[in-house]
Design a protein around this ligand. Structure first.
Ligand code: PEP
Ligand code: MG
Length: 358
C-alpha cells in the first residue's frame, strides 16, 4: 500500500529490521515495540573495538556525509571512516565546488579522526544522487548511465581537481587518508584511477565493488589498486537488476539474496590471489545488519562501515562468535536457496540476536 493512502492520525507500527509496516498496531505489536525500545536503550554503547569472541579484529567504521556526521561518528567511537560520501558535501550545487570549499569540507572530516583511517569516496554523481554540474538528467537509464567514476568521461578535470583537494586537505591533517572510486567496472578503470591518485600524491587508491563485473574481475582489478570496498546497496541493485529506489522491488533488493552473498565471496576470493592479498571491506547498508555483518566477516571481509547508530549492535553480535563460527554461518547463508532462507538460517545460529532485541 502507498503511504499516501494512510489516513492522517492512523497509528503505524514500523519494524525497520524486518522491513514491514502494520496499521493500527494491537497489543502484540505494542509489546514488541516496548521490548525493542528497552533492548535498544541497553545497547547504545560501542566500546570502540570490533572483534570476534576469539580476538579476530574487524574494525567497525562509519559512513558519513560531512564534518558534522564525522564528529558524531567519533563520539559513537567509530574506529575511522569507511565511507565519506563527498557528493553529500555538495548536493544541490549547480557548479563545481572550488578547491578551498573542498579542502574545508574534507579537512573537517579528517580532523574528527586524527591518526585514524578515513576512506574518501570521490564524487558519486548520478541516478539516486544527481549533481547538476556532473550529470545529465535526460539520460534514459540513469542507473546504467554516466554516473560515479564514469563522469570522468564527460566532465574531465573534475576528478583530478577533487583528488588534489583531498591530497591538500590530507596534508593539513593527521588522518590516514585512503581514496576510492565508485562504480568501477573494469581493471582499466581501476588502473586509470590509481594513476590519477598517484599524480595527486595520494598513496592508497581503491575501488568500490558495486557492479557485478567488478566482483567477477576482482583479481585483475585488485592487481591495480590497494583495496576494495563492497558497496552492497548498488551491488544488490545491479546483481538483482532491481532499482534500489523502488519500494515495490524491496524483496529483490535485499542483500541477503544468495546471489549477492556469492558476489561478496567472489570478490574476497579475487582479493586473496597469490602475490597480492588486498583488504576488502563493506560499506553498504548490509554491514549495519548484525546477522549479515557476521556472514560478511565469515566470507572474509576485513572491515565493516555503517551508520554510527548500528555500531553497538554489530559490535555486540560480532563479539559473540568466533571467526570459525562466522565462517560456518556464512557457509550456511551462501548455500541457502533464497534470501528469506539465508536470513532465517543465519539468524537461527545467532541466539544472541533475540536476547539483544535485534
Ligand atoms: C553502496 O552502493 O552500497 C554504497 C555504499 O554507496 P551509495 O549507497 O552511496 O551508492
Ligand atoms: Mg553506491
Amino acid at each position: 500500500m502507498g503511504v499516501d493512502n494512510i489516513a492522517d492520525g492512523t497509528d503505524v507500527f514500523v519494524d525497520g529490521a524486518a522491513g514491514t509496516i502494520a496499521l493500527d498496531p494491537g497489543a502484540e505489536e505494542e509489546a514488541a515495540a516496548e521490548a525493542y525500545k528497552a533492548a535498544a536503550a541497553a545497547l547504545t554503547v560501542f566500546d570502540g573495538t570490533g572483534v570476534t569472541a576469539d580476538g579476530h579484529e574487524v574494525p567497525l567504521l562509519a559512513n558519513v556525509g560531512g564534518a558534522k556526521d564525522a564528529v558524531k561518528a567519533a563520539e559513537a567511537k567509530a574506529q575511522g571512516v569507511g565511507l565519506l560520501r563527498t557528493e553529500f558535501c555538495f548536493l544541490e550545487r549547480d557548479t563545481e565546488p572550488t578547491a578551498e570549499e573542498q579542502i574545508e569540507a574534507y579537512k573537517g572530516v579528517f580532523d574528527a579522526f586524527p591518526g585514524k583511517k578515513v576512506v574518501v569516496r570521490t564524487l558519486d554523481a548520478g541516478a539516486d544522487k544527481p549533481l547538476p554540474f556532473l550529470t545529465d538528467a535526460s539520460e534514459p537509464n540513469p542507473a546504467l548511465g554516466v554516473r560515479g567514476y564514469r563522469t570522468d568521461l564527460t566532465s574531465p578535470g573534475v576528478l583530478e581537481r577533487q583528488l588534489q583537494a583531498v591530497a591538500d586537505a590530507a596534508s593539513q591533517a593527521s588522518a590516514d587518508v585512503w581514496v576510492m572510486a565508485p562504480m568501477i567496472s573494469t581493471a582499466e578503470e581501476a588502473a586509470d584511477f590509481a594513476k590519477l591518485c598517484s599524480n595527486a600524491g595520494l598513496q592508497t587508491p581503491g575501488v568500490m565493488v558495486e557492479v557485478p563485473s567488478a566482483a567477477l574481475m576482482a583479481e585483475a582489478i585488485l592487481g591495480e589498486v590497494a583495496f576494495a570496498s563492497l558497496g552492497t546497496n548498488d551491488l544488490t541493485q545491479y546483481t538483482m537488476a532491481a532499482d534500489r529506489q523502488l519500494g515495490s522491488l524491496a524483496a529483490l533488493n535485499n542483500s541477503w539474496q544468495p546471489a549477492v552473498l556469492r558476489m561478496v565471496q567472489l570478490t574476497v576470493q579475487g582479493s586473496a590471489a597469490e602475490g597480492h592479498a588486498k583488504p576488502v571491506g563493506v560499506c553498504g547498508e548490509a554491514a549495519a545488519d548484525p546477522a549479515l555483518a557476521v556472514v560478511l566477516v565469515g566470507l572474509g571481509v576485513s572491515t565493516l562501515s555503517m551508520t554510527p547508530r548500528a555500531l553497538a549492535g554489530v559490535g555486540a553480535v560480532l563479539n559473540s562468535v568466533t571467526l570459525a563460527e562466522a565462517q560456518r554461518i556464512a557457509g550456511i547463508a551462501v548455500a541457502a536457496p533464497t534470501a528469506a532462507e539465508a536470513r532465517a538460517r543465519a539468524r537461527a545460529e545467532l541466539p544472541v540476536l533475540e536476547s539483544l532485541g535485534l
